[in-house]
Design a protein. Structure first.
Length: 145
């Protein structure tokens, strides 16, 4: 067999193995176990007189505590605002936790001086649901991967 024929067959085999690997990863058949992501949805009321200030504090150009969220494994953190038919305003928050120890990371983030200052400003703007002290975590009933 000629050298060029051997190289062609070898290239075909390598390409085939690569394609099988890519398909296995993309279809979830790979043997590696990807990190579980904790997805959290939460809700809290907001004082309608504080909405403009709350929006200002959470504007894209206001750094706030964004770096701390990332430092402690929180990603895709989003907050949505909606006035409900009863006239009350609510915030819906969503984030994904990609760290290794949720309880320890949340405790460490809560101990950060900037987190404490941030919450001193934002917490009084919010109206917890009856029986809650702050944001209420919601039950996740669906996720489309």
């Amino acid at each position: 067999m000629k050298k060029t024929e051997i190289l062609r067959r070898l290239s075909s085999c390598c390409l085939g193995a690569l394609l099988i690997g890519v398909l296995a990863i993309n279809t979830g058949c790979a043997t590696s176990n990807p990190k579980q992501i904790k997805r959290v949805g939460m809700v809290v009321g907001i004082d309608p007189d504080q909405i403009d200030e709350y929006r200002r504090l959470h504007a894209d150009d206001y750094a706030g505590v964004r770096d701390l969220l990332s430092k402690y494994g929180m990603q895709n953190f989003s907050i949505f605002l909606q006035q409900m038919p009863d006239g009350k305003w609510y915030e819906f928050g969503y984030y994904e936790y990609a760290g290794d120890d949720f309880e320890a990371d949340m405790k460490a983030m809560d101990a950060e001086p900037r987190t404490k200052e941030w919450l001193k400003v934002c917490d009084p703007m919010q109206i917890p649901l009856p029986g809650a002290k702050g944001w209420t975590e919601m039950e996740r009933v669906y996720f489309n991967q």
